[in-house]
Unconditional design. Structure first.
Length: 276
């Protein structure tokens, strides 16, 4: 075919590359839209926003890839300062924090989050020392993952934390909305807790543990039962003192003593209970 005004011959190609490019572009736009929005019976809802903070770019990018495949919106940060900016600017649903960062450790970021927010926090670390696990949980973290880890396991933990967080934000059944016991009031619908009419600021994990104990007041609930009741996963082990740390944190917030607790009592070798 001839084109132009100079009678020169120009090949006109219906370039397959252009069509391929446009096809990829369209598909990318569709996937991007689906990643942000999901269709539900109630209409369109926003995908959960997850913050990942780790200075090891390979790990951050790999975790982000797995989470994005699950249609989560992911914010990747490689420094603590980037993370602080993201925390201030975005409405997040969950944070994954590496403990060891070049400019600030993940514990400090966790403390910063807990000053203003109650969304779940999962800590990542290469350290295996029990003291680091306890430090993170005491500062308000909801879960702890030691490197190296399986990405699919981390995704499962993210989903478990989000299920519980969303559940407590959207409310519970009417007959379970409010639990009252000895000056302690838990509202599962508003996710508020008061003790002797004074508000208690609890993380989602702490609220879940306290709610289970109150629902079973008068009965002993084992650490394993609490673990499965809160996380609904199968990675509990008898050497895992995650529940112990959260119970201690709850007692501190409630002004309860370890030696003679008024609310959460330890039944040695069995579990915990709140007297009926």
């Amino acid at each position: 075919m001839r084109e132009g005004n100079n009678n020169k011959c120009y090949p006109v190609t219906h370039d397959k590359r252009i069509r391929k490019f446009l096809g990829k572009l369209l598909w990318t736009l569709i996937l991007g839209y689906c990643k942000i929005l999901e269709t539900s019976k109630g209409g369109i809802v926003l995908a959960e926003k997850i913050l990942i903070v780790d200075d090891e770019r390979e790990i951050t990018d790999l975790v982000a890839l797995y989470l994005e495949n699950e249609r989560f919106t992911v914010f990747k940060c490689y420094t603590a300062q980037e993370a602080m900016n993201c925390i201030d600017q975005e409405k997040l649903d969950l944070a994954i924090l590496d403990v060891m960062l070049p400019d600030m450790n993940g514990f400090e970021i966790c403390k910063r989050i807990r000053r203003d927010y109650t969304y779940p926090v999962i800590m990542l670390t290469a350290k295996v020392a029990e003291v680091d696990r306890i430090t993170g949980l005491t500062l308000g973290a909801d879960d702890y993952v030691t490197k190296p880890f399986l990405p699919l396991e981390l995704v499962a933990r993210v989903k478990a934390q989000l299920r519980r967080y969303i559940q407590y934000n959207t409310g519970a059944k009417p007959d379970e909305d409010v639990i009252e016991h000895s000056g302690l009031v838990l509202n599962a619908k508003t996710r508020e807790c008061t003790l002797n009419e004074k508000p208690l600021t609890l993380t989602p994990t702490e609220f879940a543990i306290l709610k289970i104990l109150c629902q079973n007041r008068g009965s002993v609930v084992s650490s394993e039962e609490l673990f499965h009741g809160v996380w609904g996963e199968e990675y509990y082990s008898k050497n895992n003192n995650t529940i112990t740390v959260h119970i201690r944190h709850l007692r501190e917030k409630m002004g309860d003593s370890f030696e003679s607790p008024k609310y959460i009592k330890t039944v040695w070798g069995v579990g915990y209970k709140i007297e009926g």
